[in-house]
Design a protein around this ligand. Structure first.
Ligand code: NAD
Length: 367
């Protein structure tokens, strides 16, 4: 098995280093190869997703990705901005299904911005369609308006679109995932206003006929945003389009205590996966050694479980994360009175120690 390691920009390099450290202590057989991506690749090769990086990602069995982006690239033409690298990888590798589990660890209930009783035991899975919708729809651009409220004025436009097969395949992914959980899917749309999402709702309903054992609920996105903070535990699997999924998964992240806790996986039709934290490159804290590496470490655990077929190794990582949280270790994003503030490297070292048996006398044995 070969893992492509793409740290990227900002805190990407810091958090991926910790995840690699954790993978290396597990004593598994895999090969890794590291490449530049995002702003770092632009600086070195003049493009955020150079051919060599794309080829490595294509040839690898799995990809561990950090994050890309920095405000200093905001003035570059769009095609050369760092964010195009992750969009390009999703597009070129056909990574259409994004899994974002939002799990509130018992030890972090007080770090959530919601009351502990609302988030204790929270375990929901947001499945976001990743290669369609308004983020990829053509045409898009700027022009002089010929109609609308201000004909003759400069305007910008994007295109929201979904084809039937695109909706069908993500709906199948969601119903199949729900079968392994509590058999309940909430499909989030805006069918009351948008033609694209009326179509989404119709197609999801059609696919549901093949999964009579799974309960399907439809919900408008504005209501879903409200319900997520009102009664998040009422959800189990949430399936939605690219843009709504982008927003709702960040909202769900805060329920878990911090966006620094949220792993994610993106799959193609053959289950090849790109694994990354749900957050960005956090330029505001980059280089300070304070970023939370746990979302990336937990993404590596997802990689072991879903692509590398090493569920026991994944369990060991997840148990080690729980052990360090139970011991009161917190990066700055999670810190509160009575807990011990640690930096990125210390948190990674603690997870490594918990796996290898040198952490507070506890060994995380194979389960
Ligand atoms: P962000 O997720 O980078 O940061 C949002 C806030 O969360 C910041 O205050 C940041 O300090 C904090 N944060 C994020 N990750 C953290 C961690 N691991 N530990 C502690 N705190 C953390 O989002 P943003 O500020 O909107 O975007 C910054 C850059 O990242 C932009 O260039 C954006 O385009 C890019 N971005 C990239 C990806 C990706 O690579 N997949 C995703 C989102 C944003």
């Amino acid at each position: 098995m070969k893992i492509a390691i793409l740290p990227g920009d900002g805190i990407g390099t810091e958090i991926v280093a910790e995840a690699v450290k954790v993978l290396n202590v597990l004593d598994l057989k895999f090969e890794t190869e590291t490449a530049l991506v995002g702003g770092a690749a632009y600086e070195a090769h003049g493009h955020p997703l150079p051919e060599s990086t794309l080829n490595l990602a294509r040839s690898a069995d799995a990809i561990l990705f950090g994050a890309v982006g920095d405000w200093k690239y905001d003035k570059l033409e769009r095609a050369l901005r760092p964010e195009q690298a992750i969009l390009g990888l999703r597009k070129h590798l056909g990574l259409f299904a994004n899994f974002r589990p939002a799990l509130c660890y018992e030890q972090l209930t007080s770090a959530s911005s919601l009351k502990p009783e609302l988030v204790a035991g929270l375990d929901i899975l947001i499945i976001r369609e990743l290669t369609g919708d308004i983020y990829f729809g053509q045409p898009r651009g700027r022009r002089i308006a010929v109609d609308g409220h201000f004909p003759g004025a400069e305007e910008a436009f994007d295109t929201m679109r979904y084809s039937k097969p695109e909706i069908e395949r993500i709906a199948h992914v969601a119903f199949q995932a729900a079968r392994k959980r509590s058999k309940k899917v909430t499909s989030v749309d805006k069918a009351n206003v948008l033609e694209t999402f009326q179509f989404w709702k119709d197609v999801v309903t059609e696919v549901h006929a093949q999964y009579p054992d799974v309960e399907l609920q439809h919900m408008y996105v504005d209501n879903a945003a409200m319900q997520l903070v009102k009664a998040p535990k009422a959800f189990d699997v949430v399936v939605t389009g690219n843009m709504f999924g982008d927003i709702l998964s960040d909202e769900a992240a805060m329920l878990t205590g911090s966006i620094g806790m949220l792993p994610s996986a993106s799959f193609d039709k053959n289950n090849k996966g790109l694994y990354e934290p749900s957050h960005g490159s956090a330029p505001d804290i980059a280089g300070k050694g304070v970023a939370n590496p746990l979302a990336t470490i937990l993404s590596a655990a997802m990689m072991l479980r879903f692509t590398l077929d090493q569920p026991q190794a994944a369990d060991r990582i997840e148990s080690a994360v729980k052990a360090v949280l139970s011991a009161g270790l917190r990066t700055a994003d999670l810190w509160s009175e009575g807990t011990k503030k640690v930096g990125t490297r210390e948190m990674g070292d603690a997870v490594v120690a918990a796996i290898s048996g040198n952490f507070a006398g506890k060994t995380i044995t194979k389960t």
